[in-house]
Design a protein around this ligand. Sequence first.
Ligand code: PHE
Length: 454
Amino acid sequence: MQTTREHWGNKLGFILAAAGSAVGLGNIWKFPYITGENGGAAFIIIYLLCIMLIGLPVLIAEILLGRYAQKGPISTFRDFARRHKKIWTAGGILFFITGFIILGYYNVIAGWSLGYVFESISGHIAGISSSADAATHFRELVSNPVWTLFWHFIFVAAGGLVVYFGVRNGIERIARLLMPVFFLILIFLVFWGVSLDGEGKGLTFLFQPDWSTINFKTVLIALGHAFFTLSVGMGVLLTYGSYLDKNDNLLFCGSMIVILDTLIALMAGLAIFTSVFGMGFDPAEGPGLVFNVLPAVFSIMPAGSIFSLLFFTLLSIAALTSTISILEMLVSTLLDETRFSRHHIVIVLSLLIFVLGIPAALSFGGWSHVRLFDMTMFDIMDYLSANILLPFGGLLVAVFVAWVLKKNTVLNELYRGIAEKSALRKTGDTWYFLLKYVAPVLIILVFLSITGII
Ligand code: PHE
């Protein structure tokens, strides 16, 4: 059992660590390619609505629950559910499983991005001359088990190392160091991209909606992505919230995390689509977008190897601050539930995560024919966790905070440490309303719509 709980050094440390968790492959790798596949601006508008009406309220609720309970997800649900304790404990276990699945495939893509940092340094990217060339190079790399499994292993080990050092000395220190570097690199790339896109095609694609591309499935993808990108719905923010002091303003912290995450996704979209259109490539390239198209873009740019190095470093940093957050959730759960030490838990979990990632890594090579519902192991892990388990986890958080805990308890926790409570009453009430009615109803509607019931 854990005796004393670690806490963040201060509020900024928490915001940077939580924003580090939120900002990840979801923003830079996934957001651009699903936007590209789902028609651009109209998809972005639906995604932004999902963020505001569902993502933000549930994110605040999840952090609030962690701060209130001062525990990891399983213990929180078990100890604070007044009835149906077993069912709620199962909900906590589901969070654990979701985290495991996401880490399994997430580390694979993160490994690719680290591998591409070395591709840039070694000059291989500079040698690429067309998008076909880039795609061939990409396919050769990802279908080579030695290459993917090597980088996958290095990435899992890097995340394990940070979490090994704990909350303040490991996670917070890395976030404080890397998040500002990340932001600077991104700003630089946005300016470059916009200067390339002479006819503004990238901007039109991102900001001029075409509603004919939208259907229920697109809405589900937008909703799933809202949870994925904010790291909501699997207990990561609950865990980070449990390391928070009682005196920080949750409405402020939550909004800052969401604003940073959304801003960074839009900036990444800008940098990528302006470059893609500026250089005449196809935006609907799929998961390979940043790995297929961008190296080709970089190779034709002056000083392209440097941009390529910057970009893939950016992607690796973003991925690292996200993987450590998921690993920390798993570690904190086991610290609560078992007698093992942090160090032992980190080592064993990292090994298991590496093993779980192997089928995902091989999905792009030797095991690409292993399919279920026409999806590879990688696709299944991604679809199941991002589009089903995370929205379901978000639903659990919303129901637990708004329907299981007492309203008074919840609002007291929300306003704790805020001097001017009366000024925030309206905001607090709106948040509670969104959490109690709007978010659950919308999540359930989207689920029903894909099962074909409505
Ligand atoms: N939010 C991260 C991203 O956008 C991924 C993530 C999902 C991290 C769930 C933690 C929990 O890449």
